[in-house]
Write a protein that binds this ligand. Structure first.
Ligand code: ADP
Length: 394
């Protein structure tokens, strides 16, 4: 019987599950439940990408999705023994700069942080509870999206509010840290000189953010206190004048729940495209002017943030695109980069269309790259390292 590491990444309506060999970095299977609820879907593939039969049945809850993945894996890979389980946890608060083993005390602390990430943290914690129930006594590890950003300097950690709010935890935490950690590790492995320099990473998926990195450490990020700030996203608004929230309360009579729903689930690409779609592929295929405007706003805000990040870092040596949009959409990368020749960004259009690893011209001052991210592998490495398996590899 061989040991395996299970990783869980529970979003508000999605669950990503991966299975890794306990030794080495080989992925044995990966599952993805999407739109969990009445229309939920579930796919599971083996190490070669072949579909494993998940059968029919509801994907109404995260628990349904996990149960069906585990049942299918037990049938398809009866030789595996789950040796440890790693979880993506969106919020680790100010105390956690690295992954930690899950304990009852930790869950209490993380539960209190749910107030800072109400749409994500409860699902992450539910995933840990579900895994505890399915594998009692198996070691579990929590890996935090905020941890990578704990190196932010004070000026990028604070808001200009009275200091008591900072002390209570009202800070710019930054998210997508597992993705940034993976990309930073990849750069250190393949381009060590570049990795020591000034790098801006754009993680562009359904959630989207950017991170400015100097010497391998996070200096600035577009996401702040919540996963709402910064770039517009599939359904989230991105940067917003707080005066708009005051207006929504006082003039439109909206309460906190209605505003939360508006900003998290009805805004971003979906809202700007007039309700057409939150999905970039659908918008790119659409002839509707609102779809074009939504895309234009998305790429404009990325360029604005690039300028701000460049200033925060004191220049840029490399830019990396990752995430579903960043890795797959040549038109979006071109729309972002083409107007940036003034800052040394010179795209090689053929390389960009071919999704090459380096998509800038040889000798351009800023090296532009496409690097597929792998948050699951970061979780698996940390889980292995903290539960007595092989030392973490970066
Ligand atoms: P999540 O943040 O949920 O992990 P992903 O990183 O999977 O999301 O990114 C999902 C986004 O990537 C969607 O907007 C999807 O349309 C977009 N995307 C995926 N493939 C392509 C493609 N070939 N061209 C344009 N956009 C794409």
């Amino acid at each position: 019987m061989s040991g395996a590491i299970l990783t869980l990444n529970a979003g508000s309506s999605s669950l990503k599950v991966a299975l890794y060999a306990e030794c080495g970095e080989r992925q044995l299977a990966r599952g993805h439940a999407d739109r969990i609820g009445p229309d939920g879907t579930l796919t599971l593939t083996d190490a070669d990408g072949a579909a494993l039969p998940v059968g029919a049945g509801p994907v109404a809850t995260h628990r349904d999705a996990l149960d069906r993945v585990l049942e299918t894996l037990a049938r398809a890979r009866p030789e595996d023994r789950i040796a440890a389980i790693g979880h993506r946890v969106v919020h680790g608060g100010i105390a956690h700069e690295a992954p930690v083993p899950v304990t009852e005390g930790l869950l209490d602390v993380l539960d209190r942080l749910s107030q800072f990430a109400p749409l994500h943290q409860p699902h992450n914690l539910a995933g840990i509870r579900a895994a505890e129930a399915a594998f009692p006594g198996t070691p579990q590890v929590a890996c935090f999206d905020t941890a990578f950003h704990r190196t932010h300097p004070f000026v990028n950690d604070t808001f200009a509010l009275p200091r008591r709010f900072y002390d209570r935890g009202v800070r710019r935490y930054g998210f997508h840290g597992l993705s940034y950690e993976y990309i930073t590790g990849e750069l250190a492995r393949t381009d060590p000189a570049l990795a020591r320099g000034r790098v801006i990473i754009a993680h562009l998926g359904n959630g989207a953010s950017m991170c400015g990195i100097r010497g391998g450490r996070s200096v600035a990020s577009t996401m702040g206190f919540s996963a709402l700030d910064g770039l517009p996203m599939g359904t989230r608004c991105g940067q917003l004048d707080p005066g708009v929230v005051l207006y929504l309360m006082t003039e439109e009579g909206m309460d906190a729940a209605a505003i939360s729903d508006l900003l998290y689930t009805q805004s971003g690409l979906l809202g700007l495209s007039g309700g057409l779609s939150n999905d970039m592929r659908t918008l790119e295929a659409s002839a509707a002017p609102e779809a074009r405007e939504a895309i234009d706003y998305f790429t404009f805000r990325i360029r604005r943030e690039l300028g701000a990040m460049a200033a925060a870092l004191g220049g840029v040596d490399a830019m990396v695109f990752c995430g579903g949009i960043g890795e797959n959409s040549a038109p979006i990368r071109e729309a972002v980069c083409a107007p940036l020749e003034w800052m040394g960004v010179v795209l090689d259009n053929a390389a960009n269309r071919a999704h090459a690893r380096v998509i800038s011209t040889a000798g351009a001052p800023v090296q532009v790259m496409v690097v597929p991210t792998n948050e699951e592998l970061v979780i698996a490495r940390a889980t292995r390292a903290l539960t007595g398996g092989e030392a973490a590899q970066t």
